[in-house]
Design a protein. Structure first.
Length: 200
């Protein structure tokens, strides 16, 4: 519970105990690297918004990243699941600035891009895998292929995908009607994925 008594500094409170909240979902996230006093090496921390009230949160030092599940483990033992939105927020930036001051941290550097790149690729791979699952309906397959393209963008306006999206909102499409759109979207998603992977 947030009370005046356990407030760390103007509008900043400690996280709930690890036992009561072992995992946290974070949106509008960034990864920052800095130097803490008494540490031989620089540490990296998750900065973002958590919960339905979208409160700023800062993690302890990141110790492990599970690329398959897109979850980060930190020094406290807590696990952070990062959402698809990145880019920071005024509330999270306020908490981050306060946290740095409280911990006498220096040399702040935003190192988000390689993590965002990694996560977009992983999400696109998962979407492409779903688009190739024969047990999924053709409608689900084509939609997940288009989601993959969205993760891998920016891509130029694609008239065939735009045509499919117009038609699907007018009426349900048969599998035979969907098939050419699926083949096109899946091929485009794979080309974009190959390009993004080569850009590492």
């Amino acid at each position: 519970m947030q009370t005046a008594k356990n407030q760390l500094s103007g509008g900043v409170w400690p996280l709930a105990s690890l036992a009561s909240e072992p995992e946290i979902s974070v949106q509008d996230w960034e990864i920052h690297e800095l130097q803490l006093p008494g540490r031989a090496n620089r540490t990296r921390h998750i900065v973002g918004l958590q919960g339905r009230h979208r409160e700023g949160v800062v993690s302890s030092a990141i110790t492990a990243v599970d690329v398959a599940t897109l979850k980060f483990t930190t020094e406290s033992g807590r696990i952070y699941e990062l959402g698809s939105r990145t880019g920071g927020n005024l509330d999270s930036q306020y908490v981050w600035n306060r946290w740095r001051g409280l911990n006498n941290a220096v040399g702040d550097e935003n190192v988000t891009p390689p993590y965002r790149h990694m996560m977009e690729i992983q999400r696109a791979r998962a979407c492409i895998a779903d688009a190739e699952r024969p047990e999924n309906s053709k409608a689900v397959q084509v939609d997940t292929a288009i989601f993959a393209i969205g993760f891998l963008g920016p891509s130029p306006h694609d008239p065939l995908i735009a045509e499919y999206l117009r038609k699907k909102y007018l009426r349900p499409l048969s599998d035979d009607e969907i098939a050419p759109y699926l083949a096109h979207a899946l091929s485009l998603a794979k080309r974009l994925l190959s390009k993004r992977e080569s850009d590492k």
